[in-house]
Design a protein around this ligand. Structure first.
Ligand code: OAD
Length: 255
């Protein structure tokens, strides 16, 4: 299934970038964005939960929706793809995980210093000043069965309302994290592109950058994408099935 060239490349790489999208969490039961049946954008109004304009029109709806979403992710568990990625970091000199996902499933399976280019579901920030914080697990654990309205937290510094610290449509990516992600993507020896449709820019440009620099690349996705013929190795299938097999072929059985 895997060529000898790929196995050797993986074994000898000094720096691997693992670039993930919603598909890496799909086998954990977290819905992707664009799945035709269960996708988030099929079931919820992107204006209301994916833009600041929508949030400002009804902050209690938006805040309540994110409280529900956070709790749903809290109930999920990382899957073998997250685990395999965390294990890879123990085998190689440097692994940089860059994710478009706002969930914390990479971290919950042991990945460190994950670059969240679209922010993090558990982080919140003030709409007006620079105050930011991470919600405690004790709060995220409180059951929220439905996405129902809930008044936003108030900023302890300036008393305005808080918002989820995720990147909404039309907003810039966090500049320091984005810079690190771009540098890693252009300087690595190998890029693994896992579970992303590659439709949302600038995030998707990370894969384009690696391909443009002629960096060897691997894509794992059950569906076709625009870069199927551009990557060096394209695997049509689920991340939680293929990644463990690939890493075991290169490094032997995982712990
Ligand atoms: P999408 O929902 O656009 O794409 C998910 C991809 O995962 C699809 O290509 C699926 O085929 C693939 N997939 C599904 N199950 C999989 C599995 N088990 N293993 C591997 N792949 C699987 O999600 P993203 O590409 O992450 O942005 O979307 C990019 C951005 O669009 C998101 O970060 C979000 C969204 O709007 C913001 O919110 C700013």
């Amino acid at each position: 299934m895997f060529s000898e060239n790929l196995i050797q490349k993986l074994q000898n790489s000094k720096h691997v970038v693992v670039f993930t999208g919603a598909g890496v969490s799909a086998e954990s039961g977290v819905p992707t964005f664009r799945d035709v049946e269960n996708g988030l954008w099929e079931n919820f109004d992107v204006m209301k939960i994916g833009t600041e304009q929508g949030y400002l029109q009804d902050p209690s709806f938006g805040w309540g929706w994110y409280e529900w979403a956070r709790h749903q992710v809290f109930l999920k568990q990382p899957n073998p793809a997250h685990y395999a990625i965390a294990q890879l970091a123990e085998k190689l000199p440097k692994v940089t995980v860059v994710t478009q996902n706002v969930d914390d499933l990479h971290e919950r399976d042991g990945s460190l210093d994950v670059l969240h280019i679209h922010g993090a579901l558990n982080d919140v920030c003030c709409l007006y000043c620079d105050y930011k914080s991470t919600l405690p697990q004790s709060r995220i654990a409180i059951e929220v069965e439905q996405p129902i309205s809930s008044p936003p937290d108030i900023c302890p510094l300036c008393s305005s309302i808080m918002r989820p610290h995720v990147v909404w449509f039309g907003e810039n990516l966090p500049s320091d994290i984005w810079q690190k992600a771009k540098e890693a993507s252009e300087q690595c020896d190998l890029m693994l592109i896992i579970g992303t449709s590659g439709l949302i820019y600038p995030a998707a440009s990370l894969a384009d950058r690696a391909i443009y620099k002629k960096i060897e690349s691997v894509q794992i996705n059950p569906d076709a994408t625009d870069i199927d013929t551009l990557v060096t190795h394209n695997f049509r299938g689920k991340a939680g099935e293929i990644l463990p097999l690939l890493f075991e072929a290169a490094f032997g059985e995982m712990k």
